[in-house]
Design a binder for this molecule. Structure first.
Ligand SMILES: O=P(O)(O)OC[C@H]1O[C@H](O)[C@H](O)[C@@H](O)[C@@H]1O
Length: 308
Protein backbone atom coordinates (compact mmCIF):
# COMPACT_ATOMS: atom_id res chain seq x y z
CA UNK A 1 0.00 0.00 0.00
CA UNK A 2 0.92 3.61 -0.60
CA UNK A 3 2.73 5.55 2.10
CA UNK A 4 0.66 8.57 3.16
CA UNK A 5 2.69 10.37 5.81
CA UNK A 6 -0.26 12.12 7.43
CA UNK A 7 -0.67 12.42 11.16
CA UNK A 8 -3.81 13.67 12.86
CA UNK A 9 -3.18 15.10 16.31
CA UNK A 10 -4.23 17.75 18.80
CA UNK A 11 -2.75 21.21 18.53
CA UNK A 12 -2.99 24.20 20.86
CA UNK A 13 -6.09 24.16 23.10
CA UNK A 14 -6.93 20.68 21.84
CA UNK A 15 -7.79 21.90 18.34
CA UNK A 16 -7.44 19.23 15.66
CA UNK A 17 -4.32 19.53 13.59
CA UNK A 18 -2.94 17.61 10.63
CA UNK A 19 0.81 17.19 10.14
CA UNK A 20 2.14 16.14 6.74
CA UNK A 21 5.78 15.21 6.16
CA UNK A 22 7.66 14.21 3.05
CA UNK A 23 10.54 11.74 2.84
CA UNK A 24 13.08 14.59 2.90
CA UNK A 25 11.93 15.90 6.26
CA UNK A 26 9.93 18.85 4.98
CA UNK A 27 6.56 19.36 6.61
CA UNK A 28 3.46 21.45 7.01
CA UNK A 29 0.70 21.66 9.59
CA UNK A 30 -2.90 22.62 9.08
CA UNK A 31 -5.59 23.26 11.69
CA UNK A 32 -9.09 22.07 10.86
CA UNK A 33 -10.24 25.30 12.49
CA UNK A 34 -10.01 27.74 9.60
CA UNK A 35 -8.54 25.10 7.28
CA UNK A 36 -5.50 27.13 8.17
CA UNK A 37 -1.91 26.20 7.45
CA UNK A 38 0.04 27.17 10.57
CA UNK A 39 3.51 25.86 9.75
CA UNK A 40 5.65 25.08 6.70
CA UNK A 41 9.19 23.83 7.28
CA UNK A 42 12.00 23.08 4.85
CA UNK A 43 14.32 20.06 5.01
CA UNK A 44 16.50 21.86 7.59
CA UNK A 45 13.50 22.32 9.85
CA UNK A 46 13.42 26.09 9.26
CA UNK A 47 9.99 27.65 9.60
CA UNK A 48 8.96 29.56 6.47
CA UNK A 49 5.73 31.06 7.83
CA UNK A 50 5.12 33.22 10.87
CA UNK A 51 2.70 32.67 13.73
CA UNK A 52 2.01 35.66 15.96
CA UNK A 53 3.59 35.35 19.40
CA UNK A 54 0.15 36.37 20.73
CA UNK A 55 -1.99 34.23 18.42
CA UNK A 56 -5.28 33.17 20.02
CA UNK A 57 -6.25 29.57 19.30
CA UNK A 58 -9.74 30.01 20.59
CA UNK A 59 -12.72 29.90 18.19
CA UNK A 60 -14.35 32.11 16.96
CA UNK A 61 -11.21 34.28 17.03
CA UNK A 62 -9.27 33.86 13.78
CA UNK A 63 -5.72 32.52 14.14
CA UNK A 64 -3.14 35.27 13.57
CA UNK A 65 -0.47 33.71 11.37
CA UNK A 66 0.20 30.97 8.85
CA UNK A 67 -2.14 31.11 5.87
CA UNK A 68 -5.68 32.30 6.69
CA UNK A 69 -8.36 31.72 4.04
CA UNK A 70 -10.44 34.82 3.43
CA UNK A 71 -13.75 33.68 1.92
CA UNK A 72 -16.41 34.50 0.68
CA UNK A 73 -15.52 38.14 1.21
CA UNK A 74 -12.20 39.94 1.25
CA UNK A 75 -11.91 42.60 4.00
CA UNK A 76 -14.90 44.94 4.35
CA UNK A 77 -15.73 44.99 0.62
CA UNK A 78 -19.27 43.60 1.20
CA UNK A 79 -21.93 43.07 3.87
CA UNK A 80 -20.27 40.15 5.68
CA UNK A 81 -17.94 40.46 8.66
CA UNK A 82 -14.44 41.46 7.51
CA UNK A 83 -12.66 38.68 5.58
CA UNK A 84 -15.78 36.46 5.49
CA UNK A 85 -16.22 33.40 7.70
CA UNK A 86 -14.16 30.48 6.32
CA UNK A 87 -11.25 31.23 8.67
CA UNK A 88 -13.65 30.82 11.61
CA UNK A 89 -15.22 27.51 10.60
CA UNK A 90 -14.28 23.93 11.34
CA UNK A 91 -13.18 22.21 8.14
CA UNK A 92 -13.10 18.42 7.67
CA UNK A 93 -10.60 16.06 6.14
CA UNK A 94 -11.97 14.67 2.89
CA UNK A 95 -10.75 11.15 2.23
CA UNK A 96 -11.81 10.83 -1.39
CA UNK A 97 -12.24 14.21 -3.07
CA UNK A 98 -13.10 14.46 -6.75
CA UNK A 99 -9.91 13.79 -8.72
CA UNK A 100 -7.42 16.61 -8.89
CA UNK A 101 -4.55 16.26 -11.32
CA UNK A 102 -1.41 16.74 -9.26
CA UNK A 103 1.49 18.59 -10.85
CA UNK A 104 4.06 16.78 -8.82
CA UNK A 105 2.29 13.54 -7.86
CA UNK A 106 3.81 14.00 -4.43
CA UNK A 107 2.13 11.92 -1.78
CA UNK A 108 2.60 14.59 0.86
CA UNK A 109 -0.78 16.24 0.78
CA UNK A 110 -4.08 16.49 2.59
CA UNK A 111 -7.56 17.37 1.35
CA UNK A 112 -9.98 19.44 3.41
CA UNK A 113 -13.55 20.51 2.80
CA UNK A 114 -15.86 23.22 4.10
CA UNK A 115 -19.57 23.03 3.33
CA UNK A 116 -21.99 25.87 3.98
CA UNK A 117 -23.87 25.25 7.23
CA UNK A 118 -27.46 26.28 7.93
CA UNK A 119 -26.13 29.22 9.96
CA UNK A 120 -23.83 30.27 7.10
CA UNK A 121 -26.79 30.22 4.70
CA UNK A 122 -28.50 32.81 6.92
CA UNK A 123 -25.72 35.33 6.36
CA UNK A 124 -24.60 34.19 2.87
CA UNK A 125 -27.50 32.39 1.17
CA UNK A 126 -25.48 30.31 -1.28
CA UNK A 127 -24.82 26.60 -0.88
CA UNK A 128 -21.17 25.85 -1.56
CA UNK A 129 -18.43 23.29 -1.11
CA UNK A 130 -14.90 24.65 -0.70
CA UNK A 131 -12.24 21.99 -1.25
CA UNK A 132 -8.67 22.73 -0.26
CA UNK A 133 -5.66 20.59 -1.09
CA UNK A 134 -2.41 21.45 0.68
CA UNK A 135 0.59 19.74 -0.85
CA UNK A 136 4.37 19.62 -0.54
CA UNK A 137 5.94 19.39 -3.98
CA UNK A 138 9.11 17.54 -4.93
CA UNK A 139 11.12 20.75 -4.81
CA UNK A 140 9.88 21.67 -1.37
CA UNK A 141 7.22 24.05 -2.67
CA UNK A 142 3.95 24.36 -0.82
CA UNK A 143 0.85 24.46 -3.00
CA UNK A 144 -2.70 25.30 -1.97
CA UNK A 145 -5.36 24.37 -4.51
CA UNK A 146 -8.79 25.84 -3.84
CA UNK A 147 -11.93 24.56 -5.51
CA UNK A 148 -15.21 26.31 -4.86
CA UNK A 149 -18.30 24.51 -6.09
CA UNK A 150 -21.71 26.07 -6.41
CA UNK A 151 -24.12 23.41 -5.10
CA UNK A 152 -27.05 25.81 -5.28
CA UNK A 153 -29.62 26.58 -7.96
CA UNK A 154 -28.56 30.14 -8.83
CA UNK A 155 -25.17 31.73 -9.60
CA UNK A 156 -23.14 33.33 -6.80
CA UNK A 157 -20.24 35.77 -6.54
CA UNK A 158 -17.47 35.88 -4.01
CA UNK A 159 -14.26 37.72 -3.27
CA UNK A 160 -11.33 35.93 -1.81
CA UNK A 161 -7.73 35.97 -0.65
CA UNK A 162 -5.13 33.59 0.73
CA UNK A 163 -3.14 35.48 3.32
CA UNK A 164 0.31 33.95 3.96
CA UNK A 165 2.42 35.44 6.72
CA UNK A 166 5.87 34.85 5.15
CA UNK A 167 8.86 34.67 7.48
CA UNK A 168 11.60 37.21 6.65
CA UNK A 169 14.88 38.03 8.40
CA UNK A 170 13.72 41.60 9.06
CA UNK A 171 11.05 43.66 7.32
CA UNK A 172 13.67 46.42 6.79
CA UNK A 173 15.92 44.00 4.88
CA UNK A 174 13.51 42.89 2.18
CA UNK A 175 12.03 44.07 -1.06
CA UNK A 176 8.97 42.89 -2.96
CA UNK A 177 9.43 42.67 -6.73
CA UNK A 178 7.03 42.31 -9.65
CA UNK A 179 4.50 45.09 -9.05
CA UNK A 180 6.29 47.98 -10.79
CA UNK A 181 4.00 50.25 -12.87
CA UNK A 182 0.85 48.51 -11.66
CA UNK A 183 -2.19 50.20 -10.18
CA UNK A 184 -3.10 49.62 -6.57
CA UNK A 185 -5.80 50.67 -4.14
CA UNK A 186 -4.26 52.15 -1.01
CA UNK A 187 -6.22 50.56 1.83
CA UNK A 188 -4.95 53.18 4.26
CA UNK A 189 -6.54 55.88 2.06
CA UNK A 190 -10.08 54.58 1.50
CA UNK A 191 -8.86 52.45 -1.40
CA UNK A 192 -7.79 55.45 -3.48
CA UNK A 193 -6.22 54.29 -6.74
CA UNK A 194 -2.52 54.99 -7.41
CA UNK A 195 0.12 53.75 -9.84
CA UNK A 196 3.27 52.25 -8.33
CA UNK A 197 6.29 54.05 -9.80
CA UNK A 198 8.85 52.39 -7.54
CA UNK A 199 10.79 49.54 -9.07
CA UNK A 200 10.50 47.49 -5.88
CA UNK A 201 8.60 47.83 -2.62
CA UNK A 202 10.62 48.44 0.53
CA UNK A 203 9.21 48.89 4.01
CA UNK A 204 9.68 51.62 6.59
CA UNK A 205 6.08 52.20 7.73
CA UNK A 206 2.67 50.56 7.60
CA UNK A 207 1.76 49.45 4.08
CA UNK A 208 -1.57 47.97 2.95
CA UNK A 209 -2.09 47.87 -0.80
CA UNK A 210 -4.42 45.95 -3.07
CA UNK A 211 -2.59 45.61 -6.40
CA UNK A 212 -4.78 45.05 -9.45
CA UNK A 213 -4.17 42.63 -12.32
CA UNK A 214 -0.82 41.44 -11.04
CA UNK A 215 1.63 39.01 -12.68
CA UNK A 216 1.49 35.37 -11.69
CA UNK A 217 4.88 35.51 -9.94
CA UNK A 218 5.79 37.99 -7.23
CA UNK A 219 9.12 37.77 -5.40
CA UNK A 220 10.03 38.59 -1.83
CA UNK A 221 13.79 39.16 -1.83
CA UNK A 222 15.43 38.75 1.57
CA UNK A 223 18.85 40.42 1.39
CA UNK A 224 20.04 39.16 4.72
CA UNK A 225 19.06 35.53 4.19
CA UNK A 226 20.10 35.68 0.51
CA UNK A 227 16.88 33.96 -0.33
CA UNK A 228 13.86 34.79 -2.43
CA UNK A 229 10.35 33.57 -1.78
CA UNK A 230 8.43 33.17 -5.03
CA UNK A 231 4.67 33.59 -4.73
CA UNK A 232 2.96 32.06 -7.75
CA UNK A 233 -0.78 32.25 -8.35
CA UNK A 234 -3.26 30.94 -10.90
CA UNK A 235 -6.91 31.84 -11.25
CA UNK A 236 -6.67 34.95 -9.06
CA UNK A 237 -6.04 38.34 -10.60
CA UNK A 238 -5.09 40.59 -7.68
CA UNK A 239 -2.47 40.68 -4.93
CA UNK A 240 -2.30 42.32 -1.52
CA UNK A 241 0.90 43.42 0.18
CA UNK A 242 0.60 44.15 3.89
CA UNK A 243 2.74 44.94 6.88
CA UNK A 244 1.14 46.64 9.90
CA UNK A 245 4.39 48.17 11.26
CA UNK A 246 3.35 50.25 14.31
CA UNK A 247 -0.40 49.86 13.77
CA UNK A 248 -1.93 48.22 16.83
CA UNK A 249 -3.06 44.67 16.14
CA UNK A 250 -4.25 43.22 19.44
CA UNK A 251 -3.19 39.61 18.85
CA UNK A 252 0.23 40.48 17.39
CA UNK A 253 3.31 40.81 19.61
CA UNK A 254 4.88 44.31 19.51
CA UNK A 255 7.93 43.19 17.52
CA UNK A 256 6.20 40.55 15.40
CA UNK A 257 5.74 42.89 12.42
CA UNK A 258 9.52 42.81 11.87
CA UNK A 259 9.44 39.07 11.11
CA UNK A 260 6.84 38.88 8.35
CA UNK A 261 5.31 40.28 5.22
CA UNK A 262 2.08 39.15 3.61
CA UNK A 263 1.86 38.81 -0.16
CA UNK A 264 -1.65 37.57 -0.79
CA UNK A 265 -3.19 36.09 -3.91
CA UNK A 266 -6.67 37.49 -4.29
CA UNK A 267 -9.74 38.10 -6.39
CA UNK A 268 -11.25 41.37 -5.22
CA UNK A 269 -11.74 43.97 -7.93
CA UNK A 270 -13.70 41.54 -10.09
CA UNK A 271 -15.54 39.04 -7.90
CA UNK A 272 -15.55 35.43 -9.05
CA UNK A 273 -18.86 34.14 -10.39
CA UNK A 274 -19.72 30.45 -10.15
CA UNK A 275 -22.76 29.02 -11.90
CA UNK A 276 -24.88 26.24 -10.36
CA UNK A 277 -23.11 22.90 -10.50
CA UNK A 278 -19.87 24.57 -11.62
CA UNK A 279 -16.56 24.84 -9.81
CA UNK A 280 -13.91 27.56 -9.64
CA UNK A 281 -10.29 26.62 -9.14
CA UNK A 282 -7.36 28.72 -7.92
CA UNK A 283 -3.78 27.88 -7.05
CA UNK A 284 -1.23 29.46 -4.73
CA UNK A 285 2.25 28.00 -4.93
CA UNK A 286 5.16 29.18 -2.78
CA UNK A 287 8.82 28.24 -2.95
CA UNK A 288 12.18 29.54 -1.80
CA UNK A 289 15.25 29.95 -4.00
CA UNK A 290 18.74 31.31 -3.27
CA UNK A 291 19.34 34.86 -4.46
CA UNK A 292 22.02 37.50 -4.41
CA UNK A 293 21.64 41.20 -4.93
CA UNK A 294 24.51 43.24 -6.27
CA UNK A 295 22.83 46.24 -4.74
CA UNK A 296 22.52 45.24 -1.11
CA UNK A 297 19.63 46.55 0.90
CA UNK A 298 20.45 50.24 0.58
CA UNK A 299 20.09 50.46 -3.16
CA UNK A 300 16.89 48.64 -3.95
CA UNK A 301 16.74 50.18 -7.42
CA UNK A 302 19.05 47.54 -8.82
CA UNK A 303 17.47 44.19 -9.28
CA UNK A 304 18.63 40.88 -7.94
CA UNK A 305 19.84 37.65 -9.46
CA UNK A 306 17.74 34.61 -8.73
CA UNK A 307 19.05 31.10 -8.96
CA UNK A 308 16.09 28.87 -9.74
O1 LIG B 1 -6.78 41.68 11.20
P1 LIG B 1 -7.29 40.83 10.07
O2 LIG B 1 -8.77 40.84 9.96
O3 LIG B 1 -6.74 39.43 10.15
O4 LIG B 1 -6.71 41.46 8.74
C1 LIG B 1 -5.34 41.60 8.56
C2 LIG B 1 -5.04 42.35 7.27
O5 LIG B 1 -5.48 41.58 6.19
C3 LIG B 1 -5.20 42.10 4.89
O6 LIG B 1 -3.83 42.05 4.64
C4 LIG B 1 -5.72 43.51 4.71
O7 LIG B 1 -5.20 44.08 3.53
C5 LIG B 1 -5.36 44.39 5.87
O8 LIG B 1 -6.09 45.60 5.76
C6 LIG B 1 -5.71 43.71 7.19
O9 LIG B 1 -5.30 44.53 8.25
Amino acid sequence: TEHRPIERTKGINGLDKIIVRDHRGRSFEVYLYGGQVTSWKNEKGEELLVMSSKAIFNPPTPIRGGIPILFPQYSNTGPLPSHGFARQRFWEVEANPPPLPSKTSSHAFVDLILRSSDDDLKIWPHKFEYRLRVELGHDGDLTLTSRVKNSDTKPFNFTFALHPYFAVSNISEIQVEGLHKLDYLDQQKNRTRFTDHEKVITFNAQLDRLYLSTPDNIRIVDHKKKKTIVVHKEGQVDSIVWNPWDKKVSDLGVDDFKRFVTVESAAVEKPITVNPGQEWKGILQMYVIPSSCASGKHDPKKSCIHHP
